[in-house]
Design a protein around this ligand. Structure first.
Ligand code: NAD
Length: 466
């Protein structure tokens, strides 16, 4: 099928590459000329494991996508046109739809009759109708359909999530679009392809066995738009729930890891997204929960659970500062190392990253902050030129002479750290604040650290009695 993808960010580029890999003819449009120039040579502008290899592999099958900044070339190409531009939050929490509006105008000019225009961007409920109205207004003679196809991929495992999704959701205005989208997604629904091994995750074999066929959920446009917002809000709420319970564990002396193991094994609850810690960040959760709050408020409905989900989350970042203050009293003049900048492992994405808030708060209190991240440091330097931190390329150099080390992002590299080596090069208080509860408290204490987790009792080795 001939597919156009507008926007070559995380979602657009992964979608385009996977469709090309599945044998479709794909044309990609972006307004960012530098990005498009690089992509023509197979250069990936984001960090997403193995995306470069999968894109390269489409050369051999003659399906390497067209990358262009020419709207006519890209849009007139598509029987189906995916919109995958950003919908960043405005200061009041509403999503900014200016990119979506620009897309609708461009599509109205260049789309062919019977095109299906699909929102893959996360957009407020009602945006399908709004896009339809904008296009119809700009080009009253064009025959077209609008659909919604929310995206659930996770940065860092985006290829796997696209090729082996838990479900595909589409919202359409009738049978024409529904049938065409079912046809487009058939190779995925039926799992009729053989992906290179680098597209798999360790749990692939089980996942594949469980997913001989992918559920295809076809509904109306408004319900599809609500599915995306409620899915993200639910996941965010699950983490905030774990964090709220972690804070109560801190008070009563229980261990949150044990508690969540205990509740997660209940199949009605499920073990995923119950990891307590510094809380969620990234481009989606905060934006989507706030957007759903705004939607509810438009109808004069008070969505208390959603507001609490955000409040609990953002308080966790301050809790890190509070825990350090409890241990070190005065932070002025203290040397603190942050392990991790990206909002989660396996990505260079710093949108709404807790590390940025934590670093700023520590600097404000007079601490000297040094940071490390396996991938996100160049992005951080570029995007936050005023952030007064010291970037250190080697993690063991980073921790040298530091009073406290704060684990912010649970990269595998940090799980694999030689903690004895870290401990011996630190200074003063030798605090290990484990913001994601990845280390074993007793082990950290045995080495000598003052170990502080999130929702688990602080541990330190007791001096031997003489
Ligand atoms: P992004 O910012 O990485 O990419 C957006 C791209 O669109 C950029 O390359 C930008 O230059 C381009 N663009 C903007 N206006 C354009 C226009 N008029 N014509 C052509 N190109 C244009 O965004 P993203 O992270 O890929 O997110 C896209 C959408 O998908 C958002 O609504 C987001 O909420 C949603 N989403 C994102 C994720 C994720 O993990 N990133 C997951 C699910 C859903």
């Amino acid at each position: 099928m001939k597919i156009s993808v507008i926007g070559t960010g995380y979602v657009g580029l992964v979608t385009a590459t996977c469709f090309a890999f599945l044998g479709h003819d794909v044309a990609c449009l972006d307004i960012d000329e530098k990005k498009i120039e690089g992509l023509k040579n197979g250069e990936i502008p984001i960090y997403e494991p193995n995306l470069d290899k999968l894109l390269e592999s489409t050369k051999a099958t003659g399906k390497f996508p067209i990358f262009t900044t020419d709207p006519e070339e890209a849009i007139s190409h598509g029987e189906v046109i995916f919109i995958a531009v950003g919908t960043p939050p405005k200061p009041n929490g509403e999503p900014d739809l200016k990119y979506l509006e620009a897309c609708a105008e461009t599509i109205a000019k260049h789309a062919k009759d019977d095109a299906i225009i699909i929102n893959k961007s996360t957009v407020p409920v009602g945006s399908g109708n709004w896009v339809y109205m904008l296009i119809e207004h700009a080009n009253p003679t064009l025959l077209f359909h609008v659909a919604s196809n929310p995206e659930f991929l996770r940065e860092g495992s985006a290829i796997f999530d696209t090729l082996y999704p838990d479900r595909i959701v589409i919202g359409t205005d009738g049978d024409f679009a529904k049938t065409k989208l079912a046809e487009l997604y058939r190779p995925l629904i039926e799992q009729e392809f053989k992906a290179p091994e680098y597209c798999h995750r360790p749990e692939f074999i089980e996942a594949k066995a469980a997913k001989s066929k992918i559920p295809f959920i076809a509904t109306d446009i408004t319900s599809a738009e609500m599915i995306k917002y409620s899915a993200n809000s639910f996941l965010a709420m699950k983490i905030s729930f774990a964090n709220q319970v972690a804070n109560i564990c801190d008070l009563v002396g229980a261990d949150i890891v044990e508690v969540m193991n205990g509740i997660g094994s209940d199949s009605r609850i499920g073990a995923k997204f119950l990891n307590a810690g510094i809380g969620w960040g990234g481009s989606c959760f905060g934006k989507d929960v706030h957007a759903l709050i705004k939607i509810a408020e438009e109808y004069d409905y008070k969505p208390d659970l959603l507001t609490a989900t955000c409040d609990v989350n953002y308080r966790q970042r301050n809790l890190v500062i509070k825990k350090l203050q409890e241990q070190m009293k005065i932070l002025k003049g203290k040397r603190i190392a942050l392990l991790g900048l990206a909002f989660k492992p396996n990505t260079d994405d710093l949108r709404d990253a807790p590390a940025l808030d934590i670093a700023s708060a520590l600097i404000k209190l007079g601490a000297s902050v040094s940071v490390h991240d396996p991938i996100a440091m160049p992005n951080c330097k570029k995007q936050n030129p005023d952030l007064a931190v010291t970037y250190v390329d080697d993690v063991y150099e980073l921790v040298k002479n530091k009073d406290a080390v704060v684990l912010v992002t649970e990269w595998q590299d940090y799980r694999d750290l030689d903690l004895e080596k870290v401990y011996s090069s630190m200074n003063g208080n030798k605090i290990l604040l484990d913001g994601r509860n990845i280390y074993t408290p007793d082990e950290a204490a045995r080495i000598g650290f003052k170990y502080i987790g999130m929702g688990r009792e602080a541990k330190e080795s007791k001096p031997a009695l003489v």
